[in-house]
Design a protein around this ligand. Structure first.
Ligand code: SF4
Length: 551
């Protein structure tokens, strides 16, 4: 089921009082610079210019509209120029913040990698990315220091092993999240791998969906732990079993964080696995046609869902896009356990084991990726996975190999039994590379983990600490027990220094809700360990049996 991008349904009558740039209401003329750039030339077209022109003539030959716009359609962002402090982020012009190097995001749909793919990324990291390799909280791997001259070679090597950077960024359908244990988890509701591939084939790189109002995030999973954070995706398919014992999906729409966080809402439908790609295409189509394009900060599907309500959203999906009603369906079961990260050693359906481990704040490097591939191979595994918590999992380990693989991983500080702090602290890219950042994040979070392990070695309760370098919430501050939003603060000497606004008590799952911004509660980066120690000790002292931090 494809809905052509050229359809101009001026005849439709789903009116908002004021036009927000919805194509379906006839607003086809661009209402801002981003929309104008997208109309002038599709983001997907920049690929040929990179191959034919920019990689040959160098950085200075890149058209600014491509440099700061269309290159994102292939996962490329200019890095922040080193040495520019966070106080200048909002003041400088984009070209003053741009370095001549790129961050490159490799999309890993469903987090699924074989060893050839992992080794290809490792080689590319070492040869073209100064060894950088960060696992993101959307299962991607990001490289840094990439020069425009290298991009065609990198693509060739990625594509040779079935990977790509297409639509890893930009106003497009981004990487599709999936459970790393799809197909092997003993309790899974269903294996979503085939639907992830089908959706990928239909929409990624398809010009019908390459000009969306903004980014569009998808998750599909039958994971009993709800590891793909369906509550905060634009569309999510969550495995359920209906009253006839049939496995399928419950569909959620309109979740997202950033500056106006909203939790996704259930459409209340039951979608059979073979219908999932149609329904996904319908939801993306609604976003493309009815999504708000006037203001960038209102251009996510959550605003449309919020304004329409789920009843209207479902009706439009069924009548205009699917041309058929969907049956009602059940809500998902409550998630298994209080952690969603798949870290540790657990049995698979087939009698083998999976081994999840925790690199610190998702930071690895090319050599470490090679090591992981070698360790997996030596222990009989050919499959690794990335998770949405910046972690990794090796699948298919025979029972008699478990002790040895755990020992080898831990010998390289890839901890299978990490502390709560190592396991549940995430950090976004931050000021090291990100042009929007106000503060440093990865090193600060890493030091925080070390310090907390030293100060509170016995603490073992679930506790998430998410560190962001600016209000954009790439590391999901609002859903953490302790969410830290980077900003400049005034220290005890009256100087402006790096610090964080604190959000407390966010969570997903049974009691999903966003953390409360505690007015006036801020900490300097230097005092962060003292602050976290205080909060954790208070929580520990006051908690009742079975009470989590969010309670
Ligand atoms: Fe950059 Fe801000 Fe996102 Fe961190 S949260 S990666 S600083 S945009």
């Amino acid at each position: 089921m494809t809905t052509p991008a050229s359809r101009t349904p001026a005849s439709r009558h789903h009116k908002r009082p004021r036009g927000e740039g919805q194509w379906a209401l006839g607003y086809r003329e661009p209402l801002n610079k981003n929309e104008e750039n997208k109309k002038n030339d599709d983001g997907l077209n920049v690929r040929q210019r990179i191959i034919d022109i920019y990689s040959k003539r160098g950085f200075d030959s890149i058209d600014p509209a491509d440099l700061r716009g269309r290159m994102r359609w292939y996962g490329l962002y200019t890095q922040r120029r080193p040495g520019i402090d966070g106080g200048k982020t909002a003041v400088l012009e984009p070209e003053e913040l741009d370095d001549r190097y790129f961050m490159m995001r490799v999309r890993i749909d469903g987090g699924q990698l074989d060893l050839a793919q992992l080794r290809a990324i490792a080689d590319i990291s070492n040869e073209y990315g100064r060894g950088t390799a960060d696992i993101t909280d959307r299962q991607n791997i990001q490289l840094h220091w990439v020069e425009i001259e290298s991009v065609p070679d990198i693509w060739e090597r990625l594509e040779a092993v079935g990977l790509s950077t297409t639509e890893a960024c930009g106003d497009t359908p981004r990487v599709i999240l999936g459970c790393p244990l799809a197909g092997i988890d003993v309790d899974e509701v269903l294996d979503a791998s085939e639907q992830i591939r089908e959706i990928q084939d239909r929409v990624i790189g398809n010009p019908a969906y390459s000009n969306l109002p903004r980014k569009f995030k998808t998750a599909l999973s039958g994971c009993p732990a709800h590891c793909t954070v369906h509550e905060i995706n634009d569309v999510a398919f969550v495995g359920v079993v209906n009253e006839h014992g049939e496995a399928g999906y419950d569909v959620w729409v309109g979740g997202g964080l950033s500056t106006n966080p909203m939790l996704a809402k259930r459409l209340g439908v039951f979608v059979r696995p073979e219908q999932a790609a149609d329904v996904h295409e319908g939801v993306v189509g609604i976003f493309r046609d009815y999504g708000y394009r006037r203001l960038r900060h209102r251009a996510r599907i959550k605003f449309l869902v919020n304004d329409w309500g789920v009843e209207k959203f479902r009706e439009i999906l069924e009548t205009e896009y699917l041309k058929a009603p969907l049956p009602d369906g059940p809500a998902p079961e409550q998630p298994r356990g209080s952690r969603r990260d798949h870290v540790g050693v657990f049995p698979q359906k087939d009698g083998n084991f999976y081994v999840g481990f925790a690199p610190k704040v998702g930071r690895l490097d090319g050599d470490a990726l090679h090591r992981i591939a070698d360790i997996a191979e030596r222990h009989g595994s050919g499959r690794v996975r990335t998770t949405v918590e910046q972690k990794m999992v090796i699948l298919d380990v025979a029972p008699d190999q478990v002790d040895s693989i755990v020992a080898e991983l831990e010998a390289h500080d890839l901890q299978v039994r990490p502390s709560t702090f190592r396991r549940q602290t995430m950090a976004c890219t931050g000021i090291e590379y990100c042009k929007l950042a106000i503060v440093e994040t990865k090193a600060a979070a890493s030091q925080l983990i070390d310090e907390m392990e030293r100060r509170l070695p016995e603490f073992a309760e679930p506790l998430t600490i998410n560190v962001n370098g600016c209000p954009n919430s790439c590391a999901r501050i609002q859903t953490a027990d302790i969410g830290l939003k980077g900003q400049l603060v005034v220290d005890e000497n009256g100087d402006q220094v790096e610090g964080y606004q604190i959000h407390l008590g966010g969570s997903l799952g049974v009691n999903a809700g966003f953390g409360r911004k505690v007015r006036g509660l801020k900490t300097t980066a230097k005092a962060l360990p003292d602050y976290v120690e205080r909060v954790v000790k208070n929580f520990d002292a006051q908690r009742k049996e079975g009470e989590s931090f969010a309670d």
